[in-house]
Every structure is written in structure tokens, then in C-alpha cells.
Design a protein around this ligand. Structure first.
Ligand SMILES: NC(=O)c1ccc[n+]([C@@H]2O[C@H](COP(=O)([O-])OP(=O)(O)OC[C@H]3O[C@@H](n4cnc5c(N)ncnc54)[C@H](O)[C@@H]3O)[C@@H](O)[C@H]2O)c1
Length: 272
């Protein structure tokens, strides 16, 4: 059996924990890189932990030895100072891509964000939903860094023959945190299925895909997912009665990026 060795950057975060919340799979090993130790990783036989930053080129190159695939999650995941965003989210992504290319990595999954598209509203969505690859409309420096990351990945795929999927993640948490995010929730099981599809199926050289479940209130296209063989199965509707109706209603004029569209640019946010 060919062994797959997947480097997951930012493995200690919300999405990294969700992706690793599964039993070991024969033939699959993981290198988990983060500035903090991923919880529970020391108890897994199929994972090696590397503590350090994606901006440390020497460390990233050494972590990349023997790696066949990359899932790049490591980033500042909310608005932050311009210099920090550029350093971690742009330079860091370039460093990971460079090392991946030199290691002959085959598949590269990049965690993009709905905040790359934050100014779209439901009123902008045609029948069938807002296309996965609609032109970017970033809502923050953070969202803009995700647009840049998508385009960096496209560049490396087109030049070097790597296959890449940029996932414009909606709201990936075990359960939706607010009513307004029901429309864009990506369930843990769907998140794992999406990344599996990106790593294992026959896919185009580069693709942008919405990272969202089959939510009743969704206004995002599922076509990109279908093209990589990802079929979303979960629906956030079962959580709807936890929130006040005024929070869960899909308002045609409310932007995808919600409050991110109004936060001061470059001012560090503490939470999503
Ligand atoms: N969870 C979501 O709903 C969501 C939505 C949109 C986009 N995303 C994107 O998905 C990725 C993962 O999101 P998350 O929710 O797990 O975020 P998170 O903030 O929980 O995790 C990010 C991880 O990256 C690590 N990190 C930060 N700087 C780093 C550096 N310099 N080097 C290495 N690791 C570093 C952090 O320590 C953290 O463990 C991020 O890129 C985020 O922008 C997530």
C-alpha cells in the first residue's frame, strides 16, 4: 500500500482538531505542525508533532521531509495587524508552498475563508447559489490574505503541477455558535469528507470550493464540492431552535462576512 503522509499546519486549532478526530487509517500518517502542541496528538501512533511557526523556513522544510500531501490551516484566523497578517498568512503560505513543491507534494488543501467573499449578500446569489469561484470581495485584511493565499496556490499548481483545492470555509465548529451562521456551517463530518475528497479523488489542477454543509438556509453553490466528489450530508437546521428567529432569518441584504465587514481594518480581533 502506498503510504500517504499528510502535513497539517495549524493542527492544534479548531479545524485541525476536527480533522484529526477520527481513528487511524491504514497507510495514512500525519505530521502536525503548530506553534502550540495539538491536544492529544502525543497519544496517537500515526502522528508526529512539530512545534513551530509556518514562517520558520528551516523548520517547515524539515517537517516536509517525506510528506505527500499538505493541509494548510495554520494562520491568524481573524482580523489582525497588517504586518502580522502579511507575515503569517502570506509569507507563511509561501514558505509552506515552496517547501511542498521542493518535496514533490501531490495535493495541497488551503484553508481559505468566507471572509474572502465577505461583502456578498444572499441577494447576489443566483439560483443554485453563489458560485464557489465567484470573484473575491474580501471584508478585512484577514479576508484579503485568504484571497492572496488562494491565488498563490493557483500559481504553484499552474507552474509546478501540484493539485490544489482552496476551501472557502463557512463556519467550521462542532455546532453552530450563532444563529446567523446556520447558513454557512460546515459540520465536522463534512469537513473531514471534504478534505478526504480533495486528497483522494480525481480532481482538476486547481479549484476553489465552498466549505459548507447541506444547510437548509444555505445560499452557497454546492457545484464546486460536487466537482471534487464531495457530497455534504449534514444540515444545521437541527440547531435552529436554539437561537432567536431574528438571528436565524436569512436577510437578503446581510453580508456573508457579517460583523467582519464593519470591524476596523488592522485592529486585532479576539474572537470570530
Ligand atoms: N473554523 C472556521 O469556521 C473557519 C472559517 C473560515 C476560515 N477558516 C480558516 O481555517 C484555518 C483553521 O481555522 P481554525 O478555526 O482552526 O482557526 P484557529 O485559530 O482555531 O486555528 C489556527 C491554528 O493556527 C495556528 N497558528 C497560528 N499562527 C501560526 C504560525 N505562525 N505557525 C503555525 N501555526 C500557527 C494556531 O496556533 C492555531 O492552532 C484558518 O486558516 C482559518 O483562517 C476557519
Amino acid at each position: 500500500m502506498t503510504e500517504r503522509v499528510v502535513l497539517i499546519t495549524g493542527a492544534a486549532g479548531q479545524v485541525g482538531r476536527i480533522l484529526m478526530d477520527r481513528p487511524p487509517r491504514p497507510g495514512w500518517r500525519y505530521v502536525l505542525l503548530d506553534v502550540v502542541a495539538p491536544e492529544g496528538a502525543d497519544r496517537r501512533d500515526d502522528a508526529t508533532v512539530v512545534i513551530g511557526s509556518v514562517t520558520d523556513e528551516v523548520l517547515v522544510r524539515s517537517a516536509m521531509a517525506g510528506v505527500t500531501d499538505v493541509v494548510h490551516l495554520g494562520a491568524l484566523s481573524v482580523e489582525d495587524e497588517w504586518q502580522r497578517i502579511v507575515q503569517v498568512n502570506i509569507d507563511g503560505t509561501r514558505i509552506v508552498l515552496d517547501a511542498a513543491r521542493d518535496a514533490g507534494v501531490g495535493r495541497f488543501v488551503f484553508a481559505s475563508s468566507n471572509h474572502a467573499m465577505g461583502f456578498y449578500t444572499p441577494a447576489d446569489a443566483p439560483a443554485g447559489g453563489l458560485p464557489d469561484d465567484a470573484p473575491a470581495r474580501a471584508d478585512t485584511y484577514y479576508g484579503w490574505s485568504k484571497v492572496a493565499g488562494e491565488e498563490l496556490l493557483r500559481l504553484y499548481c499552474e507552474r509546478y503541477g501540484m493539485r490544489g483545492v482552496a476551501v472557502r470555509i463557512g463556519h467550521c465548529f462542532p455546532e453552530p455558535l450563532t444563529g446567523s451562521r446556520l447558513a454557512v456551517w460546515l459540520s465536522p463530518a463534512d469537513a473531514r469528507a471534504l478534505v478526504d475528497a480533495a486528497l483522494e479523488n480525481d480532481i482538476d489542477a486547481f479549484q476553489i470550493v465552498w466549505g459548507a454543509s447541506a444547510n437548509t438556509r444555505s445560499w452557497l453553490s454546492r457545484e464546486g464540492g460536487r466537482r471534487i466528489g464531495f457530497i455534504a450530508r449534514d444540515d444545521s437546521e437541527r440547531f435552529a431552535d436554539r437561537f432567536p428567529p431574528e438571528q436565524t432569518r436569512v436577510d437578503p441584504t446581510t453580508p456573508l462576512g457579517a460583523h467582519f465587514t464593519g470591524v476596523p481594518l488592522g485592529e486585532p480581533m479576539r474572537t470570530r
